[in-house]
Write a new protein. Structure first.
Length: 563
């Protein structure tokens, strides 16, 4: 029982302490370029490599730290330049011996330095310039010197820069500074401490050999940053040519800029023909980079004619042989024998004389398309027009009259005077009043030549005479077609005949045979409005009813009087 109570107490205490442990866990931050504003030039101490520093400056890539106190003492040595001086040796020795190996990974340029007079002057907080060490002042790194030709020093008590400088042989304090690579450290705001990040050690692309794509096509590139747990895995993508553009999506709608990004897969889209190199660089270490070459080719265009041989007769109308083309290359046309045919800029051919000619279409490459075969040619053969002795005539069984709204088709049969069996092979179309009909307006078949004109096209004609022409390649046949108005046999006119009787008479006249029939119709409750004679009868009836009423009243009064 006691063990069970003890277990409950332990569990209860663990639950109580859990929130406290969460609260006290350090918060690691990867700060943006302006996140150190609250620390810059303040006496807030930050820690790096277990040492105390002031943050006196920063930019997008580095952080400048100044040792809070004078960490060593040293004379300046002979001469007033920092390079080669005793104090430089002391600073370098401190860096080598007192900065840990792991911390040196994050130090920019791998060294420490002394501030110049100008850098100290830029520090706006006087308390940062003061130093609580036993030294009355601390050395500055400056090529210029004080009033007496000695290097400048900062007064440890009030932070002022002494204009008279310091004696070269005096031992003064040394406050070294260093710069940190921002990509190499992580900042904890809980204890204002910089710790070393997991550094990027390498970067690779999934493709290394030259890749070939066409304009408007795309290819994906994926970068791998090593190690996998690196703190700063952001990268920068670039290309050295406008022949390709980089996008973060497969549909190539969102372009990748030059800024750092966590996008590790990009799509290189071909824009124009040529070569380009796609490069990815670690944002944590610009020395770590990988690249791949891309060759962008033009799209393949094609050109061809629908047919490679065309036969025509001299005197035939101009025509165009359909040209099939893919791509936006410019096409020009030519004829190798213009005495036979000429061709314009659209490919339309005009026949000039009998003979043979080659009509050629030539295409030129565009910025986007290239053509492996740049010409297409067809052979045009033009023969002399044969003089025909045949005559064509419409047979008597052809329909020469048609009534509007009848809805029936009519048939026209044409015979050829010679070799009638070949009549239909010469058929070339139909006209009405010189206007060509379309293939939907009629049908044609052999048997001499039988043309059926559809009612739908005849209905468009006006009443009267029209010329139907059946065309052949060596003649024609005409027929006069008479179009009649529709006859309406049910059209009648009704005439009312009025006499002195009360029964109206109706006379029906048939316009068709011009015969008048009279029919007497008895009056009924559904008769039309009365005529003038009808109104007179009503007045008489009303007057009689009034007289009768007065007579009745008179007789009644008289009987009473007699009584």
């Amino acid at each position: 029982m006691k063990k069970r109570i003890s277990s409950y107490v332990t569990l209860f205490l663990a639950i109580l302490l859990l929130p406290l442990s969460i609260v006290t866990m350090p918060t690691l931050e990867v700060k943006a370029a302006d996140d150190y504003t609250s620390l810059k030039n303040t006496t807030t101490v930050v820690r790096f490599d277990n040492k105390e520093w002031y943050l006196i400056d920063y930019d997008d890539t580095t952080l400048t730290l100044l040792s809070k106190e004078c960490v060593i003492g040293s004379s300046y040595g002979y001469g007033n330049t920092y390079s080669g001086s005793t104090v430089e040796t002391a600073v370098n020795s401190y860096y080598e011996n007192d900065i840990s190996a792991i911390a040196k990974v994050a130090v920019y340029s791998g060294k420490m330095f002394l501030l110049t007079r100008q850098e100290v002057g830029a520090i706006t907080n006087v308390d940062i310039k003061k130093c609580s060490s036993t030294y009355s002042g601390w050395w500055l790194n400056s090529s210029d010197s004080g009033t007496y030709g000695a290097p400048y020093i900062v007064n440890s008590n009030d932070g002022s820069i002494l204009s008279y400088g310091g004696n070269l042989s005096d031992t003064l304090g040394v406050r070294p500074a260093l710069k940190l690579n921002r990509s190499s450290v992580i900042f904890s705001s809980d204890n204002n401490t910089f710790t070393i990040a997991t550094l990027v050690t390498g970067i690779t692309l999934d493709k290394t050999t030259t890749q070939t794509i066409n304009i408007d096509d795309s290819i994906a590139f994926t970068a791998t940053v090593s190690p996998d747990d690196a703190t700063y895995k952001t990268v920068k993508w670039s290309t050295n040519s406008g022949n390709v553009k980089l996008y973060s999506d497969a549909s190539c709608t969102t372009e990748v800029g030059s800024a750092a990004t966590d996008v590790l897969t990009v799509y290189a889209k071909g824009i124009t023909a040529g070569d380009a190199t796609v490069t990815v660089t670690s944002n944590a270490d610009a020395a770590l980079t990988a690249g791949c070459d891309v060759t962008v080719n033009k799209l393949a265009g094609t050109i061809s004619y629908a047919t490679t041989s065309v036969s025509k007769k001299k005197g035939d109308s101009a025509f165009t042989n359909e040209l099939s083309k893919t791509g936006d290359g410019t096409v020009t046309y030519s004829s190798d024998k213009e005495s036979v045919a000429t061709v314009d800029g659209t490919g339309k051919v005009t026949i000039v004389g009998a003979g043979e000619a080659n009509i050629t279409a030539t295409v030129t490459d565009s910025a986007k398309y290239t053509y492996a075969t740049k010409t297409a040619t067809y052979k045009l053969t033009v023969t002399e027009t044969a003089v025909s002795t045949a005559e064509y005539s419409v047979t008597s069984d052809s329909t020469s009259e048609w009534t509007l709204d009848s809805g029936v088709d009519i048939t026209v049969t044409v015979k050829r005077s010679t070799d009638d069996a070949s009549c239909f092979s010469h058929f070339d179309g139909v006209q009405i009043d010189g206007k060509a009909l379309t293939a939907d307006d009629y049908t044609a078949k052999s048997g001499s030549t039988i043309v059926t004109l559809k009612a739908s096209v005849l209905q468009k004609l006006t009443a009267g005479e029209h010329t139907v022409t059946v065309l052949f390649d060596d003649g024609k046949a005409d027929m006069i077609l008479t179009v009649k108005e529709k006859v309406d046999s049910t059209d009648t006119t009704t005439t009312n005949v009025t006499d002195n009787s009360t029964t109206p008479a109706t006379v029906v006249t048939d316009k068709t045979n011009d015969t008048t029939n009279s029919t007497t119709t008895a009056s009924s409750d559904k008769a039309k409005s009365p005529t003038t004679g009808d109104k007179m009868n009503i007045v008489v009836i009303v007057m009689l009813m009034i007289d009768t009423a007065f007579a009745a009243i008179y007789l009644t009064l008289r009987k009473k009087k007699i009584k």
